[in-house]
Ligand binder design. Structure first.
Ligand code: ADP
Length: 180
């Protein structure tokens, strides 16, 4: 599913983010940049040890912020590591932190002159963020950014499995309807 936002094509696809050929892929990292399960583990496995060596040099990343490394053996030239919130009931600033994780990743991509970016569904795995709300925040943050910034040409949300794809598609339709 593709939508045009000003000069950018925003796409939802079902797949494995480690195979993406965008300038950067975004990793749902932890604040120690220590690797782990889920998409984080998959990216380090596919990209090879050089990514972890760079992560160790950087040392860490607070929740809601983003840092960048090269992409090692990945097709993507860079990995933007961002840290989404652990969901703890919704009263601990989780929504603002999740929004910030997407926004800081987009800003970092712009600052580095990157034209294309692929996101996973940050915080929806081990960090247990309710998926519909996480999808709405992800899409709204990207759409609002792309309306104001014309440098990024392609943003892809690479969703792992049909269920996650369907939820993102439903939330994207709702957001588009509101705008029309
Ligand atoms: P978090 O700790 O931020 O919740 P997880 O890695 O546990 O991060 O999960 C985030 C999302 O990434 C989940 O929806 C999970 O299904 C998805 N995911 C796991 N592996 C991949 C992959 N290879 N490509 C894209 N998404 C993935």
């Amino acid at each position: 599913m593709d939508v045009q936002i000003e000069k950018c094509v925003l796409s939802l696809i079902q797949g494995d983010i480690t195979l993406e050929e965008t300038d950067a892929i975004v990793n749902a990292a932890n604040s120690g940049l220590a690797g782990g399960a889920g998409v984080d583990g998959a990216i380090h496995d596919a990209g090879g040890p050089s990514i972890m060596m760079e992560c160790r040099k950087i040392g860490g990343c607070p929740t809601g912020q983003a840092v960048i490394t090269t992409g090692g053996n990945l097709k993507a030239r860079y990995v933007i590591h961002t840290v989404g919130p652990v969901y703890q009931g919704g009263t601990r600033g989780e929504a603002a932190l999740l929004k910030s994780a997407y926004l800081e990743s987009l800003k970092l991509a712009s600052a580095r002159g990157l034209k294309s970016l692929a996101f996973p569904a940050i915080s929806t795995g081990v960090y247990a963020y309710p998926v519909n709300e996480a999808a709405r925040i992800a899409l709204k943050t990207a759409m609002d950014y792309l309306k104001e910034h014309s440098d990024i040409e392609r943003v892809r949300f690479v969703l792992f499995g049909q269920a996650m794809f369907d939820i993102f598609a439903a939330e994207l339709k709702k957001l588009i309807e509101v705008e029309i």
